[in-house]
Design a protein around this ligand. Sequence first.
Ligand code: C5P
Length: 214
Amino acid sequence: MTVPVIAIDGPSASGKGAVAHQVAEALGFHCLESGALYRLVALAGPEHPEQTARAMQVTFQGGRIFLSGQDVTDKLREEAVGARASDVAQCPEVRRALLERQRAFRRPPGLVAEGRDMGTVVFPDAALKVFLTATPAVRAQRRHKQLIDKGIDANLAALSRDLAQRDERDAARAVAPLAPAPDALQLDSSERPLAQVVGLILGWCRERNLGGRA
Ligand code: C5P
């Protein structure tokens, strides 16, 4: 029997990460935050991204991410690393090299995978595809709050500009651009609290008989 996948794609700061983790937790599924792999390449070896994508030693353990044995979880979240990740993500060889690493996360009883091309390229046979959006203003505010809460100085206007640039690059690239799969259900989270977004997705899972615990 094929292992079910729930694909959640969308632009930066649309809430995919938090939503994916909560949906996975509720269903008892594994969770893949695919952006972390692009961020890892950007951190580990931006000068030879293709080679790095193939060879880097990565471990995901207890919610932490290790690169060659070193805990890089917090470093990975930095805005500068995200911006570099969006650069290396344009390279078709990097995307190809990361395909198998991403597909290896598909293990019983199921996987919730979030990113930009989960439903279109990496898991085109996903049992449920969600395209999660929010207005640019809401996304900039959310990212701003996340950073301030972590004690990181942040400027709302600069963040809005950076997010817009990243979206544009992600949507315009030739390989696996950010776009909803034709069979994705679109969900705008701008006016909805996290619990409501998670509840809607779990409802769609139930309709499809996904996850015994939902
Ligand atoms: O989601 P996150 O902000 O961590 O992703 C960082 C960057 O990695 C994105 O801006 C995007 O360019 C790239 N990415 C991608 N495909 C994915 C996930 C992330 O191209 N599936």
